[in-house]
Ligand binder design. Structure first.
Ligand SMILES: [Zn+2]
Length: 440
């Protein structure tokens, strides 16, 4: 029993240490980056002089600093909320009251988990509101109306319950059916669900939030479909999404698999870029697809989910684990809840590795685009415009960027592309191999 009690104290202490360590690291990284950006705020860095005029550069610096300030408030809020939830004993109390009222059925436990998730989301809404209607508004990005924003929240909650509740209830039911080896089956159920979402989201979910119109016939469409044919990418159609309904930020992405696959361009992107630049952006996206980056990312997330389910299953069998947090006895429901709350404090430390991986994918997709286009100018032109239009911070502190940047900065990408242009003449990409994923 003494051993158990020691383990209980130790695990609670570890959880608190993880929360505080992440918060401290986030705040420190943000300070580091702020100082780095401020030190370079007075004049445009040399490698950006051709891209940004002094006024745009100053605006990008201000936007970066404003976002950093709000980011720090969010970090403090999240850590504070987590500490309050774990130390107040509120969660075991609510679960106790809920269970004695409706029993321990899988469906009821799933409702409890979703209620906690919904509560945390609602608590964060004021900050979301501020980000959209104060910060983004101030820099001229916001085009969302309060009505659209509220409707988005309602739709988000509806989806959480419509999709999240059956999945959670099924996973908890699997625990009842299978016993100790449940984690493998629950993982398989989740994989099946994710695959179905991946296939169906473009048809069932995305249209609930945005309008998708096929790119009208004409030069641009011919050019895009020509590129798809040349690179061996089967695309049935190209859609333009009314991204401008919410924001002036621009993007392009693929969704779906197989015959449900579609190429989506934000209307803001179509307005901002020239035809060759749009073609280069599409070539970059096709590069992600062809180089199997999507598959690799999906495989990685499936692998981490498997580890996650296994760890939850092992911990759920140890009554001392959940008791450390005030729950009486073990069980999958409180363990899942704790894993959901604390998972991010562990995965945070992995973000430099994942970002490094993602950046390598970006370079590979840029290379693919340069080969498909037979030149690097269009992609460089597109990247410069996107950087300018989105006021991206082009000179983050290296350590901050290791934790927060999934994409290389503009100067880094330009340098890599120019090196490519010098080393070898670009060859057509038709014979190349090669995912998905968003972005400039
Ligand atoms: Zn990309």
């Amino acid at each position: 029993m003494t051993g158990d009690r020691e383990a209980m104290n130790w695990i609670l202490f570890l959880a608190l240490a993880l929360i505080i360590a992440r918060l401290a690291a986030e705040l420190w990284l943000a300070r580091l980056n702020q100082r780095h950006v401020r030190a370079r705020a007075t004049s445009v860095p040399d490698d950006l002089k051709v891209v940004l005029d002094p006024a745009t550069y100053t605006k990008a610096v201000e936007y970066t600093l404003a976002k950093a300030k709000l980011g720090q408030i969010e970090d403090l809020w999240n850590a504070g909320l987590l500490l309050a939830l774990l130390l107040s004993g509120a969660l075991p109390k609510v679960l106790g009251v809920w269970s004695s009222a409706v029993g321990h059925a899988a469906w009821a436990d799933a409702v409890f988990l979703l209620l906690v998730a919904a509560g945390i989301t609602i608590a964060g809404l004021p900050l979301d509101w501020h980000a959209r209607f104060r910060l983004e508004e101030r820099f001229g990005f916001n085009t969302t109306t309060p009505a659209t924003w509220w409707l988005d929240q309602v739709k988000g909650f509806a989806l959480l319950w419509l999709l999240g509740w059956p999945l959670l209830a099924l996973i908890l039911k699997v625990v009842d059916w299978i016993g100790p080896g449940w984690w493998l089956w629950a993982w398989l159920a989740m994989l099946g669900f994710q695959l179905a979402m991946f296939l169906l989201a473009p048809v069932l979910i995305l249209p609930r939030f945005n309008k998708f119109t096929p790119l009208p016939t004409g030069m641009l469409r011919d050019r895009m479909l020509g590129l798809a044919g040349r690179t061996g990418f089967r695309a049935r159609d190209i859609f333009v999404m009314d991204g401008s309904k919410r924001s002036r930020h621009s993007n392009a992405f693929f969704t779906g698999l197989g015959r449900f696959r579609r190429i989506v361009l934000f209307d803001t992107l179509v307005q901002q870029l020239s035809e060759p630049e749009l073609e280069a952006v599409l070539a970059h996206e096709i590069g992600h697809f062809k180089r199997k980056h999507v598959l690799k990312m999906l495989a990685w997330s499936a692998f981490t989910a498997l580890i996650g389910f296994y760890v939850v299953a092992r911990l759920a069998g140890q009554a001392w684990f959940t008791r450390s947090f005030g729950f009486d006895g073990g069980g999958v429901t409180p363990t899942l809840l704790l894993a959901g709350l604390l998972g991010g404090t562990v995965s945070f430390w992995l973000s430099p590795v994942l970002n490094h991986w993602s950046r390598r994918h970006e370079y590979a997709a840029d290379r693919f685009a340069a080969e498909a286009m037979g030149e690097t100018g269009s992609l460089i032109g597109a990247l410069r415009k996107l950087n300018r239009e989105n006021l991206s911070n082009p000179a983050p502190h290296p350590l901050y960027s290791a934790f927060h940047y999934s994409h290389p900065t503009l100067p880094e990408r330009e340098r890599a592309l120019k090196r490519l242009g010098q080393d070898a003449p670009a060859a057509p990409a038709s014979a190349r191999h090669g995912p998905w994923q968003i972005n400039h």
